[in-house]
Design a protein around this ligand. Structure first.
Ligand SMILES: C[S@@+](CC[C@H](N)C(=O)[O-])C[C@H]1O[C@@H](n2cnc3c(N)ncnc32)[C@H](O)[C@@H]1O
Length: 192
C-alpha cells in the first residue's frame, strides 16, 4: 500500500497533462514495471489497461490485469489502443535497441503515445544522476534496474521526427536539481 501511495504522489505532477488522454480509454502501459501506474489509471480514471514489460515484476495489486511479456520494439500488433504510456523506459532499454524501431512499432498499436523520460541537459552530472535513479528505483520496489543511456530533448525530438511523430504537448514537469544530478523530467504527447 505504501508503494501505491508513493506512486500516486509521484504521478501527481503529470496527471493534469495526461488525464484527458487516459480517462475511459484503452491504454497500453509499456515497460510497466510494477504495473501500479496502469492500476491507478484503471482505478481512478476508468481506463481499460493492458500492461507489458520484458520481465514480469507486477505488484500483487496488478496481477489480475492483462499482461504482455515483450520487449517494447517487438510488442505484438494484435490489438490497437487509444494510447500507449511509456514512462521511464527508454533509458532502461538495452542500448542495442533502436529508438526508431520502438516508435515505429508503437505506431502500429496506437495513434497516440505518451513518453515520460529523464532528460539530460548541459547541467546534468551523469554520475550523480545514475546514483539518484538507482536509489529511486530501489524505493519503489523495482530493485537494481539496468540503465542504458539517457537522452537529451534534442535526441528524442530527432527520433520523433524520423519516425513521423508529431508533438501535441510537451512539458518539463520537474526541473532537475542538485539532488538528482540535474536530470529534467519531461513529458511528450505524440501523434501522427
Ligand atoms: C524505471 S522502470 C519504469 C516502470 C514504470 N513504467 C514506471 O514508470 O514506474 C523501467 C522499466 O522498463 C522496463 N524495460 C526495460 N527494457 C525494456 C524493453 N526493451 N521493453 C519493455 N520494457 C523494458 C524494465 O523492465 C522496467 O520495468
Amino acid at each position: 500500500m505504501q508503494t501505491l501511495l508513493l506512486i500516486r504522489r509521484f504521478q501527481q505532477r503529470i496527471i493534469s497533462h495526461i488525464e484527458r488522454h487516459i480517462t475511459h480509454r484503452t491504454v497500453l502501459d509499456a515497460g510497466c514495471g510494477s504495473g501500479l501506474n496502469g492500476y491507478i489509471f484503471q482505478q481512478d480514471y476508468k481506463a481499460k489497461v493492458t500492461l507489458s514489460d520484458v520481465v514480469d515484476n507486477r505488484h500483487p495489486l496488478a496481477q489480475h490485469m492483462p499482461f504482455i511479456l515483450s520487449s517494447v520494439e517487438k510488442i505484438p500488433v494484435t490489438q490497437v489502443f487509444d494510447v500507449v504510456f511509456l514512462q521511464y523506459v527508454l533509458h532502461h532499454m538495452d542500448v542495442s535497441i533502436k529508438l526508431d524501431d520502438v516508435f515505429n512499432r508503437l505506431k502500429l498499436v496506437s495513434r497516440k503515445i505518451i513518453v515520460v523520460e529523464d532528460i539530460v541537459t548541459h547541467k546534468t552530472d551523469i554520475r550523480k544522476a545514475l546514483e539518484y535513479d538507482k536509489q529511486t528505483n530501489a524505493k519503489i520496489n523495482q530493485g537494481d534496474l539496468y540503465i542504458g543511456r539517457y537522452y537529451s530533448d534534442a535526441d528524442l525530438k530527432n527520433y520523433f521526427e524520423q519516425t513521423g511523430l508529431r508533438l501535441i504537448t510537451e512539458a518539463v514537469f520537474q526541473k532537475g536539481s542538485f539532488e538528482d544530478g540535474f536530470l529534467d523530467r519531461k513529458l511528450y504527447i505524440l501523434t501522427f
